[in-house]
Design a protein. Structure first.
Lengths: 457, 224
């Protein structure tokens, strides 16, 4: 449903708008009532009474014409006709400076006496407080196109005292009200903006919360007291989410951990079998299971550990990883080697995480290198290293997606499992990067760049 | 050789005992810390394999007792807890090695050979790989009854590789084993020793192969 403009404004969700218009409304009503009551008190207006509309005598004065002989005549006037229609008893007594007189209707006999002195009076207000208020009269004296006139009139054009009070009161407060409304319209947005500044910082903080960043809470002391409840409820919700996340993570870690025991039993049993192709295949399967459990655990470790960034020499780390994986690589049919032209290559990183990074890239090459040819780890200098294989390679359209967990290039493919995902996570943590390139060995080259560190003395 | 295996999983213990028996190792199995303590006090073993997660506590608590009673007996912790912090904790208590589960039996054997090599203990007197038998006491290599004549440095290389059969031996470790202080090492002399050794082993039909891992080292394993 489409709201008309004004309604939209009034129902606006904006605190600034709502505050502004409600305050303006409140000020207008309060001031009107106060001014009306004050006016009635000051003018001693009794709300149960009626009085003559002061415009009656003025209307009469402005409607007077002068006949050719100089006497006063009343020209027709719609307003006056309306008064006459309302009350047939409308009467009037008009006198000019020259003493010409005009009279109409049942002028109360008591006021006949006033006729000779009417042109000397300056202000008259007569209120008859008994029904039918026949003695109430309104007086006007002032210049008209036919000269100065003095008019006393009554018997009609009654108005209620309350109405008169409202009318009079509001004439006085109107300028004040205008000033107040302007001040309100200017001041409210300024105040609101200032108050909201604390909320803005809470908002910025809330926006910065992401999946990996736990334990963030919104600031309580900078927000207005009124929204503190909301913010602290939000913080409690964040705590509950963190708790749930921790539970979930502990469960995953425990599950990965518990998997290792049956895998260890399985592996030992398989090793007890007589040598043969079946035993070799089973050992490969167990190794895959073991690697997956380890990767799952590594991902959990990575998520919860505070990484310890220190200058680290990549060469011995690579040497150990290659040494550890050489038996596996050789059994799988590869010629594995490490090329380190420089004796050391310093990067800034966490030893455990960098070791896992290298391990997973080497394992990936062993699984996807086509079980023949070479796997080469090359220290490229300046914090970079490359892992080459001579396998089938990776088509450009898959080069981004292989870092997703359990992504498969082909439906029947073994998939990268979690290894490359782990690689990406480690690099994200370290502010490093990885590129997937064609290798000079014919397969794929993973080129990793890590932050460079200077060698410690 | 007699080993004490402290392991709460009966399945794991049975499987490991069966495998180790193939390598002439007799395994005494203790399911809990308490049983293990009794075994440590009443018997003497050549090595102890220690699991950490036991029904009555952490297996590494046994290391001080082992050190007190049998100072020279090597202890290898085998545990599913395999983080770097876990390993450091285990080694800090005085264990000789820390092998995270799951592991290849060959890996365990290699590590056992490495820790048993240290003085004091009775080391296994020979290593068997493929058709090759290597007597560690007399440094004699033979296939069946036929001995293989090898010069000293090639013997040292072979011994070093065989002690860690199935695992990579770093180039630096081989050089340390083969050359003494003051020996001048030609950058390619180790490779020359290896290639001569390969040829001689092949000629003798030893059923083993030496793989080079360029830039890292070498490993020996039974021929596929």
């Amino acid at each position: 449903m489409k709201l008309p403009g004004a309604m939209k404004f009034l129902r606006s969700q904006s605190l600034r708008r709502r505050l502004t218009w409600r305050l303006v409304l409140l000020q207008t009503i309060t001031l009107s009532v106060a001014a009306t009551l004050l006016t009635m008190a000051l003018l001693q207006l009794d709300p149960t009474q009626r009085l003559i509309d002061a415009t009656l005598s003025e209307t009469i004065a402005q409607s007077m014409q002068r006949a050719p002989d100089g006497s006063l005549v009343l020209s027709p006037n719609k307003q006056l006709d309306a008064y006459r229609a309302e009350s047939p008893d409308v009467w009037m007594l008009v006198v000019d400076e020259a003493g010409n007189t005009y009279r109409e209707g049942p002028v109360p006999e008591q006021y006949e006496l006033l006729q000779p002195i009417l042109n000397r009076l300056w202000f008259v207000d007569i209120r008859d407080h008994g029904e039918p208020h026949s003695l109430s009269a309104a007086f006007y004296t002032g210049e008209t196109p036919i000269g100065k006139l003095h008019v006393l009139a009554g018997g009609g054009a009654f108005v209620s005292i309350v109405f008169a009070g409202i009318l009079l009161g509001n004439i006085f407060i109107l300028p004040l009200l205008v000033v107040l409304i302007i001040a309100t319209v200017i001041a409210i947005p300024l105040i609101v903006r200032k108050v909201m500044r604390g909320l803005d910082s809470a908002e910025a903080q809330a926006r910065s919360i992401n999946f990996d960043q736990h334990g963030t809470r919104l600031p309580l002391d900078t927000v207005p007291k009124e929204v503190r409840g909301l913010v602290s409820a939000m913080n409690e919700a964040l705590s509950r989410l963190d708790e749930g996340y921790d539970r979930h993570r502990r469960f995953l870690a425990d599950a990965a951990h518990e998997l290792k025991t049956p895998i260890a039993i399985l592996q030992t049993r398989v090793e007890n079998l007589d040598p043969g192709p079946e035993r070799t295949r089973l050992l490969t399967d167990t190794a895959r299971l073991a690697a997956m459990a380890e990767q799952l655990l590594d991902l959990q470790r990575l998520a919860q550990s505070r990484v310890d960034f220190q200058p680290l020499d990549l060469v011995p780390v690579a040497e150990r990883v290659v040494a550890d994986h050489a038996p596996l690589a050789i059994s799988a049919g590869y010629d594995i080697s490490l090329r380190a032209p420089e004796p050391s290559q310093w990067v800034l990183g966490d030893r455990g995480a960098i070791e896992r990074l290298l391990t997973n890239l080497v394992q990936n090459a062993v699984v996807h290198g086509g079980n023949q040819g070479a796997i080469e780890i090359e220290m490229a200098g300046h914090g970079a290293f490359e892992v080459h294989d001579s396998g089938p390679g990776i088509a450009p359209e898959h080069r981004e997606k292989i870092f997703e967990p359990f992504y498969r290039i082909r439906p029947l493919d073994r998939g990268a499992g979690l290894g490359l995902n782990l690689v990406r996570e480690v690099l994200r943590q370290h502010g490093g990067s990885i590129a997937v390139l064609p290798s000079h060995l014919g397969g794929v080259c993973f080129r990793v760049q890590l932050p460079i560190a200077t060698a410690p003395n | 050789m007699r080993l004490l295996l402290v392991e709460d999983e009966p399945e794991m213990a049975a499987a490991l005992s069966a495998v180790l028996l193939r390598y002439d190792m007799i395994v005494d199995h203790a399911r809990t810390k308490l049983i293990a303590e009794e075994a440590i006090l009443s018997h003497s073993h050549d090595a102890v394999l220690l699991d950490r997660k036991l029904p009555d506590g952490d297996g590494i608590d046994l290391v001080p007792l082992l050190r007190k009673r049998h100072a020279g007996v090597p202890v290898i912790i085998i545990s599913a807890r395999g983080s770097i912090a876990d390993k450091i904790e285990g080694l800090d208590t005085g264990a000789d090695d820390y092998l995270p589960k799951p592991f290849a039996v060959e890996e365990l054997l290699a590590r056992l050979r490495a820790v048993l090599r240290r003085p004091v203990q009775v080391a296994p007197d020979s290593v068997q790989l493929g058709a090759l038998t290597f007597d560690l006491d007399s440094r004699q290599a033979r296939v069946g009854e036929a001995g293989i004549e090898l010069p000293r440095r090639e013997l040292l290389v072979l011994e070093c590789l065989l002690r860690r059969a199935g695992r990579t031996v770093l180039r630096t470790s081989l050089e340390d084993a083969v050359y003494g202080y003051g020996d001048e090492i030609q950058s390619n002399s180790l490779d020359a020793h290896i290639s001569r050794l390969r040829r001689k082993l092949a000629d003798a039909k030893a059923g083993v192969e030496i793989h080079g891992i360029r830039g890292v080292g070498y490993l020996i394993r039974a021929a596929a």
